[in-house]
Design a protein around this ligand. Structure first.
Ligand code: NAD
Length: 335
């Protein structure tokens, strides 16, 4: 039996990854670590709670990480832990650098000291800056980093730290930079669940003024499958992009959600962009497709339908989280 430490395990993608791993590799032991910030929901792991070890702790706590790695004989670490909300990063940049950059560095230190076999780091398409709406380029793994927001910059700095631990100390690392995820259990501050939950309540949905700005969308399960492919077949020291090529603007997302729920267009309310709002990201994913044979499986239409349905059926999950986000979207003030 091997042991895998998953950080940020009570968050959106981390909890999907833990459930995915437990189902697919029942003989592995998952140690799930999370600091349970406002965005961490321990209940996300409820259905696998008996089969994993959950630890309430911070990636910044090297001593704790060192103890966990030794105690469980853990050889693989997957780092999802992060402050992840761009809007909050505008109001409170420091907590982003503290967790995303310094926290990752502390985790790297503990992993290096323990001599683990793989450190996999979860990063984002947003480290490359943005593309013009009519740009024909898609970011490749060798493009320069040009982050434009505190969230993006804190993630970019973490990626550099991860590579530095590989080059300098020989830590066996891999990195994935992923497009925008959607699916069940996503905190209702993020755009798709924000639109769904507001529309379900017949409240106005805040659409940024630059409503043609686009994102590339991937279903969270496809992201988990990509991380699995990189853990199993990825080359040490390498970075792999994870995306689908499917782009939709914020306005198209609003329309799709309203149509799915049968709610009127009038629920849309145009709000000012947040400062530094990126226009567009698109990843060239030929490396992971060609080298590892990974392909996304879930089309956006089907994925969105299932996601909308899940939120409609799980008001008990999201209603208590509604007021927990520190940001009031559309006003960029604290909640
Ligand atoms: P999330 O905010 O839902 O989850 C993050 C989790 O990390 C939370 O449970 C939080 O409690 C935990 N956490 C925060 N600080 C911590 C700390 N210091 N120590 C331990 N745990 C801590 O975010 P998410 O959307 O699930 O994102 C997970 C990862 O994926 C992040 O690294 C993010 O940058 C990356 N990513 C997200 C997307 C996306 O579209 N959501 C896209 C690409 C990459």
């Amino acid at each position: 039996m091997s042991s895998i430490l998953v950080t940020g395990a009570a968050g959106f993608i981390g909890s999907h990854f833990v459930r995915y791993w437990v189902e697919k590799y029942p003989d592995d032991h998952v140690v799930a670590l999370d600091a349970l910030t406002y965005a961490g929901v321990e209940e996300n792991l409820a259905d696998v709670r008996e089969r994993i070890t959950f630890v309430h702790g911070d990636i910044d706590d090297s001593a704790l990480i060192g103890r966990l790695l030794a105690e469980h004989g853990t050889r693989t670490v997957v780092n999802f832990a992060a402050e992840s909300h761009n809007s909050l990063a505008v109001l409170d940049p420091r907590r982003f650098f503290q967790t995303n950059t310094m926290g990752t560095q502390a985790l790297l230190d503990a992993c290096h000291t323990a001599g683990i076999e793989r450190f996999h780091h979860i990063s984002t398409c947003e480290v490359y800056g943005d593309l013009a709406l009519d740009d024909e380029h898609a970011f490749t793994e060798s493009d320069p980093y040009r982050p434009r927001t505190p969230y993006n910059a804190s993630k970019a700095a973490a990626d550099h730290a991860v590579r530095a631990y590989h080059e300098t100390f020989g830590l066996p690392i891999t990195i994935t930079n992923c497009a925008n995820n959607y699916g069940t259990h996503q905190f209702p501050e993020k755009v798709i669940p924000l639109f769904i939950t507001r529309a379900l309540e017949n409240e106005r949905i805040p659409v940024y003024a630059s409503k043609d700005n686009r994102r590339e969308w991937i279903h969270v399960r496809d992201h988990c499958r990509a991380v699995e492919a990189v853990l199993q077949r990825g080359r040490i020291g390498e970075t792999y992009h994870v995306g689908t090529g499917f782009e939709a603007s914020v306005d198209q997302i609003a329309d799709a959600v309203l149509a799915e729920l049968g709610r009127p267009q009038e629920l849309k309310r145009i709000v000012p962009d947040r400062p530094g709002h990126d226009r567009r990201y698109l990843l060239d994913c030929s490396k992971i497709r060609d080298e590892l044979g990974w392909e996304p499986e879930t089309g956006f239409e089907q994925g969105l339908k299932e996601t909308v349905q899940w939120y409609a059926e799980h008001r008990d999950w999201w209603a208590p989280l509604y007021g927990r986000s520190p940001v009031v979207e559309g006003t960029l003030t604290r909640g």
